[in-house]
Write a protein that binds this ligand. Structure first.
Ligand code: TRP
Length: 328
């Protein structure tokens, strides 16, 4: 049987090249020869304040963008989390084997509760994420480095459940992208490129215009040197080289070898050309399919039906193991 891969993305903000390089590109490669499931995790998104109208809109936007980036709806399943009630049901059940201490340690909770104020959903976020993954007997979960801690919790909960109630869950393995995984802000290269950066010059969005992309790359922070050299280079420059390597599908070492001696100005133009070329293709495809809501809804309907059917198998085992409900 093919390996199951599962990942999720929140339908909030706008996707940027950090998401593309760190997650989407990897998903596109991984969908080959595997049973790939991609979930639009709207229930996670409401753990911080959202505008309901925008949230709805984002679901179709995300779906279209995934496809524009190369997720093939013939191969992969795309669905919306809130359309499969098994997620909240299993989330509730896993709550009962999760300790406060396990959740208090989560750095994302600390960060987000400081930023947005706390609520129980935000605290419980990693348990719902564990449910997402465990429902599908997932083998591999491609995620960014920042989600590693949540993945460990999912494994711990699966182990604990299996030990206490019998073997029900497969233990998922995190797949964290290597050198291309971390794209930093173009303006503050010590922090991650982010959807919610106040400085809009720091983030290149997938749907930016050519002029916006060129301007952002041109204004990206580097350092007081003028030419690329292997032995020095600031965080800003190495971030640009990371982006270059990811878009070129080559290693950082290859990029240094190829670009050594070039002026920063020349390099930025090469980088902008590369990013513009890729993103203009994505944008073109996106614009073609975003307007075809019937097509997008068909994909999400199929994804939902698949998700419910597949996760029902695990859910029934869980209910049986715990003695919940009546005998099926
Ligand atoms: N927490 C993830 C993020 O913010 C999104 C997510 C929710 C997810 N459920 C998941 C990722 C399950 C992988 C698997 O990036």
């Amino acid at each position: 049987m093919d390996k199951v891969i599962f990942s999720g993305v929140q339908p909030s903000g706008n996707l940027h090249i950090g998401n593309y390089v760190g997650a989407l590109k990897q998903w596109v490669t991984m969908q080959e020869g595997r049973d790939a499931i991609f979930c639009i995790v709207d229930l996670h998104t409401i753990t911080v304040p959202q505008d309901p109208k925008v949230l709805r809109e984002k679901i179709l936007e995300m779906t279209a963008l995934y496809i524009a980036c190369g997720i093939d709806p013939e191969k992969a399943h795309i669905f919306v989390q809130s359309e499969n009630p098994n997620h909240t049901q299993l989330g509730w059940i896993l709550n009962t084997i999760t300790s406060f201490g396990q959740l208090e340690r989560m750095t994302q909770f600390k960060e987000k509760s400081q930023k947005y104020g706390e609520n129980v959903g935000l605290f419980d976020y990693p348990v719902l994420m564990a449910a997402d993954i465990l429902l599908y007997q997932t083998d591999e979960v491609p995620v960014g480095e920042d989600q590693k801690q949540h993945l460990e919790l999912a494994r711990d909960l699966a182990k604990k459940f299996n030990k206490q109630f019998g073997e029900v869950f497969k233990l998922p393995i995190p797949v964290i992208g290597k050198e291309a995984a971390r794209v930093m802000s173009l303006q503050a290269p010590t922090s991650k490129m982010s959807k919610s950066d106040v400085n809009q010059l720091g983030t290149v969005y997938l749907l930016d215009s050519e002029d916006q992309i060129r301007e952002k790359i041109k204004k990206a922070v580097t350092d007081s040197q003028t030419h690329i050299s292997k032995d020095r280079g600031s965080e800003g420059l190495s971030n640009l080289l990371t982006i270059y390597s990811a878009f070129k599908n080559q290693t950082l070492t290859d990029s240094y070898n190829q670009l050594e001696g070039k002026s920063y100005g020349e390099f930025k133009t090469l980088l902008a050309d590369l990013v513009v070329l890729d993103l203009s293709q994505i944008k073109k495809k996106y614009e073609e399919i975003r307007g075809n809501e019937e097509y997008l809804n068909q994909i999400l309907d199929g994804g939902r039906d698949f998700a419910i059917e597949k996760s029902n198998e695990t859910m029934q085992k869980v209910l049986d193991a715990l003695g919940l409900g009546r005998t099926a």
